[in-house]
Ligand binder design. Sequence first.
Ligand code: NAP
Length: 280
Amino acid sequence: MTALVIDGKKIAQQLRNDLAQEVKSYSKRPYLAVVWVGDNEASGVYVRNKQKAALETGINCKIYHLAEHTPEQEIISLVQKLNRNSAVDGIIVQLPLPKHVNTRKILETIYSSKDVDAFKAVKVGELWKNIARWSSATPEGVICLLKMVCPSLAGKHAVVIGRSDIVGKPMAAMLLNEDCTVTMTHSKTVDLPTITKMADILVVACGSPKLVKKNWVKKGAVVIDVGISKVDGKLVGDVDFDEVKEVASALTPVPGGVGPMTIAMLLKNTVEAMKKRRKL
Ligand code: NAP
């Protein structure tokens, strides 16, 4: 068996084209504010990519760049100002924040109605109650890719590797909301390959390059690789792609799989936030 390679780049582009058409139909362009503190090189690439994608989709996007040593209170004041600004539809704070800053405190300052990353506790609660209008972008992107290859997810056994707040936990909630039977695993899980081998759907988000091997995967499983690591200057996922493509029925590549979907979903969330606030 050779797995279908799921082309996240193409699917994300299609979603962004559709979104651009939708945005054109509104009298006002949505507005995304991106708060970036410090000079982390990778963060700089991410915020500029988000801005470029937003502008291409017809979404206004401004980056608010603060110096590395900006006091916590100043960052909070900026977020509060953006909260009060009725022109702003969505606010994201690029992570990681510098060490002297309490990340949770900053994220909780964002109004729920503008929290397009859905990292606030209340948004997490909405997701688990299955009443969220939008949720965390990366796992949303994964669900979208899964539905492309597996129209009904109900009853499938989904195994998630990783339990972070931004990927693993919301991923598990979304799969549960799709009526999957979900198993969450992490670094303390005993005999991980035995568990992953039972999965119809395997979502891997642990940041451990090429961890998942061919003998970890059930024949015909759908495997989604969220991981991104740099090894010898090359981007590598958490799945050994060349091995696993021999047993999986469908598989995402790295790069070009989940990554592009994350930005597409963030833009979708921004449009959703605008529609909700403006009752469109
Ligand atoms: P994270 O916060 O570091 O969490 C990693 C999780 O994986 C933790 O729950 C950890 O377990 C678990 N883990 C680590 N090594 C493991 C192992 N050998 N076996 C089983 N579980 C293991 O990372 P994250 O933010 O979730 O990101 C995960 C990966 O996805 C990273 O490579 C990141 O770059 C990538 N990512 C990609 C996108 C995208 O758009 N494509 C977006 C976000 C993240 P413990 O909880 O026990 O420590």
